[in-house]
Ligand binder design. Structure first.
Ligand SMILES: [Cu+2]
Length: 143
């Protein structure tokens, strides 16, 4: 009896986990900053890039098509992560330093147990805010 209850609880846990998929198209984007139009590299034509929302325990799959002038040709990659052991609002970003300023976005990992597991009262509304430094040097070096 005890082992069947354990199996049932385990199945509920597994059934609650989801596979969250995103497609990132990395390419050029013209933005107006510091009173000038500049061409930057961005994801899905957005700055900051798309917000990813998952629950702890989900599997995150990101399909990336690189159409930026870097790497010279179109490359496609698929990244797969198991989101375990982390909760909160983080950021995803390019690991090339001069692209990190424009190729980034919010990664929101919600607790598996829902809002009741948050260590604060449930907010009325949530808005992710991504702070970035855009300087003439960054813009000049990103195209
Ligand atoms: Cu990093």
């Amino acid at each position: 009896m005890r082992s069947s209850a354990f199996v049932l609880v385990f199945l509920c846990f597994v059934a609650d986990a989801a596979i969250v998929e995103h497609s990132f198209n990395v390419g050029n984007l013209t933005v107006s900053r510091l009173c000038e139009d500049r061409v930057i590299t961005a994801v899905n034509g957005q700055l900051p890039g798309p917000t990813i929302e998952v629950k702890e325990g989900d599997t995150l799959v990101v399909h990336v098509t690189n159409e930026s002038p870097y790497n010279m040709s179109i490359h496609c990659y698929t990244y797969k992560f198991n989101v375990t052991g982390q909760e909160g609002t983080l950021w995803w970003h390019a690991h090339v330093s001069f692209l990190r300023a424009t190729v980034h976005g919010a990664l929101i990992i919600r607790p598996r147990g829902g809002p009741k597991r948050c260590p604060f009262p449930q907010p009325h509304h949530e808005v992710p805010i991504v702070l970035g430094i855009v300087s003439a040097t960054v813009l000049a070096s990103s195209y």
